[in-house]
Write a protein that binds this ligand. Structure first.
Ligand code: HEM
Length: 395
């Protein structure tokens, strides 16, 4: 049995793929901890992850299971905000919330954003051209998606450093709902309150103003859900895409033959994005799901209230699903990775992330044809996500 400490040690990302490979072989569904008689399970094979993400009896809403997490009106906004996100609720609430934002994220609506994303990428590249070296995370991979999602929502882009601080703190937090973490969430919610007031007084042509109309209707979106939705979109909309850009560029640097192949034939760009998503999946683990009742899952007896996590990274390197899974191959076809999850919570932002990734790789490689790694990069110490602290390059 693995301990939570093994899974969540500071340099875990370095050895994670070997760790998963052993688990897939020896104990594909393994308990990584327990509390109050309930286990936390980690699921590592492709087939089991798929079965888990498809199965409705793995639920998201803990309040159906544990009385202590029952949701109350008196709860402060900074904890309530985590309970009304569409990623943390089940149908029918999930279906209603997703329907409200889906139209803005469908592939056609996203394609229309291409010229603006290209313009942002060009501007960042022009700034990088003033230097001989750069940190691809700070100078490019972070600002691009945060500017794009901020503009889409209608959040002032000049506040992006505040979001970076808040959302870094939120995605890096473990179970610690205290101290600096809660302070960051509080500041974030206060910021949103002021922004919502401004948009109520003076609506704009943006997603927040549109959501506020639904909130004012009252039937489709409650005030708590409005906060949770915007909070989720800001965090999910950039923390992950930063990692797609950073991790994918790193994979290309580590595989110069693949980098050269792409530089000579940009028609391979879509395959390169899919392979980057598979090879260094930006979201390492799915968010938590809970067993709604006692049942047997793939030979393991689960108890009502057990927590289950899917290792997306492990599924995407499963040798039973992918030929030579540890090889980075931008021409890999088919590539049925699960980097965006599966089932009803499949990533809302997948078309946007793919488009941003495509524009990012293409613009960078065209502007800097001899770009190369300057220093060995370090993985950030986050549990759910895989991303780089910095990616120093010579331009
Ligand atoms: C490379 C970038 C991205 C990756 C790898 C990624 C990955 C994922 C994954 C794995 C899930 C499912 C989690 C689970 O089932 O527990 C998810 C859900 C979600 N993602 Fe993304 N994501 C990315 C970018 C984005 C962007 C740009 C947005 C923009 C708004 C976004 C918004 C969401 C939302 C709202 C959900 C929840 C959907 C639901 O509950 O129905 N993501 N994402």
């Amino acid at each position: 049995m693995q301990s939570v400490e093994t899974v969540y040690q500071s340099n875990f990302k370095e050895g994670a793929y070997e760790f998963y490979e052993n688990l897939r072989k020896d104990e594909p569904i393994t308990s990584i901890g327990s509390s109050n008689g309930n286990n936390t399970w980690l699921v590592t094979t492709y087939d089991d992850v798929l079965a888990l993400l498809k199965r409705p009896s793995f639920i998201k809403d803990q309040s159906k299971l544990f009385s202590k997490s029952a949701r109350s009106e008196e709860e402060p906004l900074e904890t309530k905000i985590f309970h009304h996100m569409m990623l943390d609720v089940d149908p029918p609430d999930h279906t209603r919330l997703r329907k409200l934002v889906q139209p803005g994220f469908n592939p056609k609506a996203i394609r229309e954003l291409a010229p603006r994303i290209e313009a942002v990428a060009d501007q960042l590249i022009d700034e990088m051209k003033q230097k001989n070296s750069a940190d691809l995370i700070d100078d490019f991979a972070f600002p691009l998606p945060i500017i794009v999602i901020s503009e889409l929502l209608g959040v002032p882009t000049e506040d992006r450093d505040k979001f970076r601080k808040w959302s870094n703190s939120i995605v890096s937090a473990s179970d610690n709902m205290e101290g600096e973490f809660m302070n960051d969430v509080r500041e974030f919610t206060e910021y949103l309150t002021t922004l919502f007031e401004k948009r109520k007084a003076d609506p704009q042509d943006d997603l927040i103003s549109n959501l506020i109309k639904h909130e004012e209707d009252g039937e489709k979106l409650s005030s708590d859900e409005l906060y949770s939705m915007v909070f989720l979109l800001i965090i999910a909309g950039h923390e992950t895409t930063v990692n797609l850009i950073g991790n994918g560029m790193l994979a290309l640097f580590e595989h110069p033959d693949q980098l050269e192949l792409l530089q000579h034939d940009f028609s391979l760009i879509e395959g390169a994005i899919e392979e980057a998503l598979r090879y260094y999946s930006p979201v390492d683990f799915s968010t938590a799901r809970w067993a709604e009742e006692d049942f047997e899952f793939k030979g393991v007896q689960l108890r009502k209230g057990d927590m289950v996590l899917a290792s997306i990274s492990s599924a995407n390197r499963d040798e039973k699903k992918f030929e030579n899974p540890n090889q980075f191959d931008i021409t890999r076809i088919p590539n049925p990775h699960m980097a965006f999850g599966y089932g009803i919570h499949f990533c809302l932002g997948a078309p946007l992330a793919r488009l941003e990734g495509k524009i990012a790789y293409q613009k960078l490689l065209q502007a800097f044809p001899s770009i190369q790694l300057a220093e060995d990069p370090k993985w950030r110490n986050m549990f759910l996500l895989r991303g780089l602290q910095e990616l120093k390059v010579k331009l």
